[in-house]
Write a protein that binds this ligand. Structure first.
Ligand code: HPA
Ligand code: ZN
Length: 349
């Protein structure tokens, strides 16, 4: 449609996308064939022998999710998400993964992005830091030269792993620090409050990294977790919040976020299976109308019906009735709350 052309063409910044969540089924099949690895959708699921079987397996959990409750749906997501990591081994695999994302993003006019990566999900399988980071670096350079898309990485710690493991990985990543702009926290939030990771985040803050943390939607204790992310972690809170949609239900949280002028990364497609369209539209709209710098992002496109940043913008537009002017505000929010150098920020919109 003609009005979608504006949304497609506006230059974008993407701040919440897990690079491992962009591993499309086609690419996963290609890597599996190349490396001779076993392919499954979930850890103890049946072995899959073709791309068609992989698609069918993914389709079979997707429509079913309406019958799952929140926790079941979340656990199924994480099982399939982490099983996907198994396909990634060589430097070329990491290059292909990142390049595949950059190509999708560039086709939707993303000009700058800060993708997440989960190093613990790779080192735990025996993958070396150099395979991971050299592959990412090669793709990053090529994307800048050939696709006109700049990037910087956010290294996330898995919150269901120990704080000691986070610290170890933080130290091991230092040779690659020129590629990494920020530190994040992701994976399953159940009983894993943000402040468990205060020490490593404080160290990262002291070393000059930007900080962000996931507060997934409608988890146990989400408002408490948001409050910690805003005000407790590393003494002064983080610089952005990932998701955090529950803040829309709590005026005191909205005020805190406004006072600190924090950005929030919103990924509308991720929330569809938790809620109704009307409620979701209201929540996103409430944050936007309060004046919080929310941004629109894709999270895990390969696990969300192949919906990338453009689809998330279009969904937000339809859920919230955003005008082209609102879309421009959202695009500008992402530039403002990004951690790009000012010279990069100045040349996007
Ligand atoms: N939440 C937490 N961890 C994640 C997510 C998410 O939405 N996606 C990938 N890892
Ligand atoms: Zn996420």
């Amino acid at each position: 449609a003609a009005d979608d052309k504006f949304v497609l063409e506006i230059p974008k910044v993407e701040l919440h996308v897990h690079i491992e969540g962009t591993l499309t089924l086609n690419l996963r099949w290609k890597l599996t064939q190349r490396n001779g690895t076993i392919l499954r959708l979930v850890p103890n699921g049946p072995e899959l022998h073709s791309l068609e079987e992989l698609h069918a397996a993914m389709d079979s959990i997707m429509p079913d999710s309406s019958r799952m409750n929140n926790d079941e749906e979340r656990d199924m997501f994480f099982e399939s998400y982490f099983e996907g990591f198994q396909a990634l081994k060589t430097e070329e695999d990491y290059y292909d993964l990142a390049m595949n994302y950059f190509e999708h993003a560039a086709s939707m006019n993303v000009r700058y992005c800060e993708p997440f990566f989960d190093p613990q999900g790779h080192t735990s399988r025996g993958v070396s830091w150099s395979n991971m980071m050299d592959g990412f670096r090669k793709a990053q350079k090529e994307a800048e030269e050939k696709l006109n898309i700049k990037s910087s990485w956010i290294m996330c710690f898995l919150r269901d792993h120990s704080p000691e493991s986070a610290t170890e990985h933080y130290k091991a990543a230092q040779p690659y620090r020129d590629m990494i702009v920020g530190i994040g926290l992701d994976s399953c939030e159940e009983d894993r409050r943000p402040s468990l990771f205060e020490e490593v985040f404080a160290q990262a803050r002291g070393d000059g990294f930007k900080l962000t943390m996931h507060c997934d939607v409608d988890q146990k204790n989400t408002p408490k977790h948001i409050r910690q992310v805003v005000s407790v972690v590393a003494g002064e809170g983080t610089d952005r919040i990932d998701h955090g949609l529950n803040a829309s239900d709590d005026r005191s949280l909205i005020d805190l976020i406004l006072k600190r002028d924090m950005g929030m990364t919103i990924c509308p497609w991720s929330y569809l299976r938790h809620t109704t369209y009307a409620k979701l539209g209201q929540r996103i709209r409430a944050l936007y109308d309060a004046g919080i710098k929310i941004t629109i992002n894709s999270d895990d496109p390969a696990f969300m019906d192949d919906c990338w940043i453009l689809h998330n913008f279009l969904l937000a537009k339809h859920l919230c009735g955003f005008s082209d002017r609102d879309i421009t505000v959202l695009a500008r929010n992402a530039i403002n709350v990004s951690w790009a150098e000012q010279s990069v920020k100045d040349n996007i919109l």
